[in-house]
Design a binder for this molecule. Structure first.
Ligand SMILES: Nc1nc2c(ncn2[C@@H]2O[C@H](COP(=O)(O)OP(=O)(O)OP(=O)(O)O)[C@@H](O)[C@H]2O)c(=O)[nH]1
Ligand SMILES: [Mg+2]
Length: 414
C-alpha cells in the first residue's frame, strides 16, 4: 500500500483513501461484490476522481468498476505507465513507453472491441470478425513501426558503447530499486548533475560519464530503477535500457539501508531477480548500502551483520553526505583495476624507513627522491595496498595522492 501510494504521488495524484481486501480474485470486479459497493460509497463520500488498483485488472473488470462507481479506474500497470510518461525526456524513453502502451493495447484489443461494441449497443455481444481483425492489425502495425524507430535509436547507442569499449575504459553500472539513491551516487562519483528527486522513477534513461577511480578514468552508468512486479510489457519495452547493465565490468547495487530489514530484503530480492531476468548474471556485484546518515552506528552494524548471508561485498555509504565514498572507490578499484599509481610524501622520522621498506615489499616502486625533511615515493600497487599506504602516510603526517595512470590496465608484475 505504501509503495502504491508513492507511485500514485509520483504520477501526480493526491491520495484521499485506502481500501484493502485479501481475497482470491473475483471475475466481475476483481474484489468481491460487497467490497465493490463499499468502494462506490467511499468514492462518493470522499469525492474521489479516480480509483487505482494495486493488482492488474482485465478490461472487463475496469469497465465494470467504472460503471459501478462512476469514476475512472486504472491499475498498477497503467499507473506506472503514467509516471514513465510524465517523466520520459529522451526519445528512446518516449518510444519505449509508446511501445509498452501499444503492446498493452494489443493484449487487450479483442476485449476492448467487444466492450466498445457493448457500450454502443447494449446487450449486443457478437461482433463481426472483420472489425476485430482490422483493429487488431492497426494496433500491430503501430507496434512494428515503433519497434523500427527504436531499433534505429538503439543502433546509435550501441555504436557509442562500442566506441567506449574500444577506448578500453573499465565500465561500472549503477543498479537498484527505484529511489535508493543511484543518481545521487552518480552525481557524487562523477560530479555530473542528473535529476534527483524523492519520488519513484526519476531516472528513465541512461547516462554514462567518466569518473576518476584512484587516478584511472572509469565509466559510470546511471539508469532506470527496478520495482517489484514491474509489468512484463514495461520490462520488455525498457529491456535495452536495463540491458546497459549487462555490459559493465562491475555492478554497484544501491540499497536504501535506512528502511526496515523486511523492505531491504524484499527490494534486494527484486533487484537480484531483475538482474537475472535481463541476463546480468555472473558479474561482480558490490552492494552499496546507502543513506547511512539516517541510521545510528548500532543500527547500521546490526543491519550489516544480518545481511551477512549475501555473498557480495557490502559497502555502507551516504551518497548525499559523501560519507565513506573513498572506501567505496577502493572497493570498486579492487574489482576492476589490478594496479593504481600513487605518490606518497613521507616526512623523514623514525618510522618513515620501515614504511618505505614495506612499500618496497608490497608494491612496484617507480621512483624515490629525498628532500630535506621528507621523501617522495611513487609506486604501482594493488588498490588495497595503496589504500594501506595512504592511511599510514596520513598517520605520519605526510601526503598521499593517486596519480593518473597512463595505459589503463598497466601490466606490472608485483
Ligand atoms: N538521507 C539521505 N538521502 C539520500 C541519500 N542518497 C539519496 N538520497 C535521497 O533519496 C532520494 C532518491 O534519490 P535518487 O538519487 O533520485 O534515487 P534513484 O535511485 O536515482 O531513484 P530513481 O531514479 O527514481 O529510480 C532523493 O530524495 C535523495 O536526496 C543519502 O545518502 N542520504
Ligand atoms: Mg535516478
Amino acid at each position: 500500500m505504501e509503495e502504491l501510494k508513492s507511485l500514485a504521488e509520483a504520477a501526480g495524484y493526491e491520495v484521499v483513501g485506502f481500501l484493502e481486501q485479501v481475497t482470491h480474485p473475483h471475475s466481475r470486479y476483481r474484489i468481491g461484490r460487497g467490497k465493490a459497493e463499499e468502494l462506490e460509497r467511499m468514492v462518493s463520500e470522499l469525492g474521489a476522481e479516480k480509483i487505482i488498483f494495486g493488482e492488474e485488472l482485465n478490461v472487463t473488470q475496469i469497465y465494470n468498476l467504472a460503471k459501478l462507481t462512476g469514476v475512472e479506474v486504472i491499475d498498477r500497470f497503467q499507473l506506472i505507465l503514467e509516471i514513465f510518461d510524465r517523466r520520459a525526456s529522451t526519445r528512446e524513453a518516449k518510444l519505449q513507453i509508446e511501445l509498452a502502451r501499444w503492446r498493452y493495447e494489443l493484449a487487450h484489443a479483442r476485449e476492448k472491441v467487444r466492450l466498445a461494441k457493448m457500450g454502443e449497443q447494449p446487450g449486443f455481444l457478437g461482433l463481426g470478425k472483420y472489425e476485430v481483425d482490422v483493429y487488431y492489425e492497426t494496433v500491430k502495425r503501430h507496434v512494428h513501426s515503433i519497434q523500427e524507430k527504436l531499433r534505429r535509436v538503439r543502433r546509435t547507442r550501441e555504436l557509442h558503447r562500442h566506441r567506449r569499449r574500444e577506448l578500453g575504459f573499465p565500465t561500472i553500472s549503477l543498479a537498484g530499486y527505484t529511489n535508493s539513491g543511484k543518481s545521487t551516487l552518480f552525481k557524487t562519483l562523477t560530479g555530473e548533475d542528473v535529476p534527483i528527486d524523492d519520488g519513484l522513477f526519476t531516472t528513465l534513461s541512461t547516462t554514462t560519464r567518466v569518473m576518476n577511480l584512484l587516478g584511472v578514468p572509469a565509466l559510470l552508468t546511471d539508469t532506470v530503477g527496478f520495482i517489484d512486479r514491474l509489468p512484463i510489457t514495461l520490462v520488455e519495452a525498457f529491456r535495452s535500457t536495463l540491458e546497459e547493465t549487462i555490459f559493465a565490468d562491475l555492478i554497484l547495487l544501491v540499497v536504501d539501508i535506512s528502511e526496515s530489514e523486511d523492505e531491504i530484503r524484499r527490494k534486494l530480492e527484486c533487484c537480484l531477480n531483475t538482474l537475472r531476468e535481463i541476463g546480468a548474471t555472473g558479474m561482480p556485484i558490490i552492494a552499496v548500502l546507502n543513506k547511512i546518515d539516517l541510521l545510528s552506528d548500532e543500527e547500521l552494524q546490526s543491519k550489516i551483520t544480518r545481511l551477512g548471508d549475501y555473498s557480495f561485498d557490502l559497502v555502507p555509504v551516504s551518497a548525499l553526505h559523501r560519507m565513506n565514498i573513498d572506501e567505496l572507490k577502493v572497493k570498486i578499484a579492487g574489482h576492476i583495476l589490478r594496479h593504481v599509481r600513487s605518490l606518497a610524501v613521507i616526512p623523514i622520522n623514525g618510522d618513515s624507513f620501515s614504511l618505505l621498506s614495506w612499500i618496497y615489499n608490497h608494491a612496484k616502486v617507480l621512483e624515490v627522491s629525498y628532500g630535506n625533511s621528507d621523501l617522495k615515493v611513487s609506486f604501482y600497487a594493488e588498490p588495497t595496498v595503496a589504500e594501506k599506504v595512504k592511511h599510514r602516510v596520513e598517520e605520519l603526517g605526510g601526503a598521499f595522492k593517486y596519480e593518473a595512470t597512463e595505459g589503463l590496465y598497466p601490466q606490472i608484475e608485483s
